[in-house]
Design a binder for this molecule. Structure first.
Ligand code: PHE
Ligand code: ZN
Ligand code: ZN
Ligand code: ZN
Length: 289
């Protein structure tokens, strides 16, 4: 597996903080900081050689956008996706929620491109708009995919909050179709000496849009408003009795609201999964039905 650069991911977060700062302090749907975030991430992916699409859709707070980037090599009948929501709430810059997932997915995409590989499968990355309004962007994306294209998606990996300042190491356990990927994520962390716990994220992030169509999904999470127990502090460090992210959905979710060890481990887990599933043998030319 690649050791992706947490320094690069941190630089992406600095960029998202700067976009928020120069646009009224947030990157929320319908606000200029969101459009600036989308334009910036798209330009990075374009420059790396991705085929990108800016998909617009309407929401209760105005127009929003998904950024979709596909690596133009590999078997298009077998698509492996990774994604993260790019919008913040309006109360702050959204650096942990979800600058971290966005930066992690972006850095994995850029590193894959830089590696110059032709994967067995097709890699596609999604940066979703308007998750905070109810998964609006990811639902729009899946609902507007032709049925044949939906069937070509073998796996969707979701990353929403992966650098929480008082981190947990949670692996999604809410879609039996994704259990193989769930187990790969768990084994990856265990192999690096990090114990994980399962979390049933229910409908709380964008993988739910894919799951509802029967697509395999998996993901990781370092925690939001939940309180770290003393047993968790024993195995993960940090502070028992405090939230994993005390700045969840608050103005203090800034570039200071990060644990870089969590970000580094999670970033490498994204790399492990993308590199592994890029090469997974899903059978011959026909898409699954
Ligand atoms: N999706 C939630 C938000 O953006 C955060 C969350 C992520 C909650 C993953 C649970 C699991 O606010
Ligand atoms: Zn690393
Ligand atoms: Zn949120
Ligand atoms: Zn989120």
């Amino acid at each position: 597996s690649p050791d992706l650069s947490v320094t690069n991911a941190k630089a992406h977060l600095d960029q998202l903080q700067s976009i928020a700062t120069s646009n009224g302090g947030n990157r929320a749907t319908g606000r200029p900081g969101y459009r600036a975030s989308a334009d910036w991430v798209r330009s990075k992916l374009d420059a790396a050689g991705y085929t990108t699409t800016l998909q617009s859709f309407s929401t209760s707070a105005g127009t929003s956008y998904n950024v979709i980037a596909e690596w133009p090599r590999g078997d298009a009948n077998h698509v492996v996706m990774a994604g993260a929501h790019l919008d913040s709430v309006s109360s702050g810059p959204g650096i942990n929620d979800n600058g971290t997932g966005s930066a992690g997915v972006l850095e994995a995409a850029l590193a894959y491109a830089a590696s110059g590989q032709t994967p067995r499968n097709r890699l596609r990355f999604g940066l979703w708009g308007a998750e905070e309004l109810g998964l609006v962007g990811s639902k729009y994306y899946v609902n507007n995919l032709p049925a044949a294209d939906r069937d070509r998606i073998e796996l969707y990996l979701n990353f929403d909050m992966i650098g929480s300042p008082n981190p947990g190491y949670f692996v999604y356990n809410d879609n039996p179709a994704g259990n193989a990927a769930r187990d790969d994520l768990t084994a990856y962390f265990t192999g690096r000496g990090v114990q994980t716990e399962y979390v049933d994220v229910q409908g709380r992030s964008d993988h739910a849009a894919f799951r509802s169509l029967g697509i395999a999904t998996a993901g990781t999470f370092s925690g939001a408003e939940g309180i770290k127990t003393s047993a968790q502090a024993s195995k993960w460090g940090g502070t028992a009795g405090q939230a994993y992210d005390p700045c969840y959905h608050r103005s203090c979710d800034t570039i200071s609201n990060l644990n870089l060890t969590s970000l580094d481990r999670q970033l490498d887990a994204i790399g492990h999964m993308v590199w592994t599933y890029a090469q997974k043998d899903y059978g011959s030319t026909n898409p699954p039905t």
